[in-house]
Design a protein around this ligand. Structure first.
Ligand code: ZN
Ligand code: FE
Length: 256
């Protein structure tokens, strides 16, 4: 049995992602920004979409649900319990630690509130893959719309604690702009400088910059580095509460 992931761009800068279990033939779409794009991507791989795993209620993640259900009438939809009423159409509401099964593979649900109050991420532990929606981005993180900043910081810490080799898929291709901002926080981070060059090359070639890994984010993503003395010093916040440092970095990005 093998697990395959197929990632593609939807709308302008959303990612569509499909995860396929070749043992059972099951395929899940992670969110559905655009039903036609997801259906076309599944057909390109010869896969039938059996499951839809929703991360949060924003329209650019759920708006294709009716179209996907129309094409795949047996589609099973799971999503965050705390946003199920708002999203609608969810067959199984999920909470922290629940399992989202996709044929013979399964994701553990990690509640990652912050961007939205009920946002969840999906961790396929055995496959070492996580889908973080709009919580963690490559070199960035989602805007904090619905909770205090400290709640988002706690969610990022949960993701940061996953094994370093975990492959991370995100909701958006924002990496190039994120890199420009990250360099304002850590102008002397050599790993970040090298990564920013790599990101620029990939984008110039029309390539995606995702997936990333937890290890790479820990080394280069300023939003995961609020505890680093060098980051705190750069912000004039040496010794401050990391949650406050995170909040400062996030508010600078909001104004960037
Ligand atoms: Zn969102
Ligand atoms: Fe989004």
């Amino acid at each position: 049995m093998t697990t395959h992931v197929h990632q593609f761009i939807c709308l302008k800068d959303n990612f569509g992602v499909l995860i396929h279990d070749s043992g059972s033939g099951a395929t899940a779409s992670i969110d559905v920004p655009d039903a036609d794009a997801v259906i076309a991507a599944a057909q390109s791989q010869g896969w039938e979409v059996t499951d839809l795993l929703i991360t949060h209620h924003h329209a650019d993640h759920v708006q294709g649900m009716p179209g996907l259900k129309a094409r795949y009438p047996k589609l099973r939809v799971v999503g965050p319990a705390k946003e199920a009423a708002r999203i609608g159409g969810i067959d199984a509401p999920l909470e922290e630690g629940d399992l989202a099964r996709v044929g013979g593979i399964a994701a553990k649900v990690i509640e990652t509130p912050g961007h939205t109050a009920g946002h969840i991420s999906y961790w396929f532990e055995e496959d070492e893959i996580a889908f973080c929606g709009d919580t963690l981005f490559a070199l960035g993180c989602g805007r904090v719309f619905e909770t205090p900043m400290a709640v988002m910081w706690s969610s990022l810490l949960k993701l940061a604690a996953l094994p370093g080799e975990t492959e991370i898929y995100c909701g958006h291709e924002y990496t190039e702009a994120n890199a420009r901002f990250a360099l304002t926080i850590e102008p002397d981070n050599l790993a970040l400088k090298a990564r920013a060059e790599d990101v620029a090359k990939r984008r110039a070639a029309g390539q995606a910059t995702l997936p990333t890994t937890i290890a790479l984010e820990l080394a280069t993503n300023p939003f995961l580095r609020a505890e680093e003395p060098s980051v705190q010093a750069q912000l004039g916040m040496s010794g401050a509460d990391p949650a406050a440092v995170f909040a400062e970095i996030r508010s600078r990005k909001d104004r960037f």
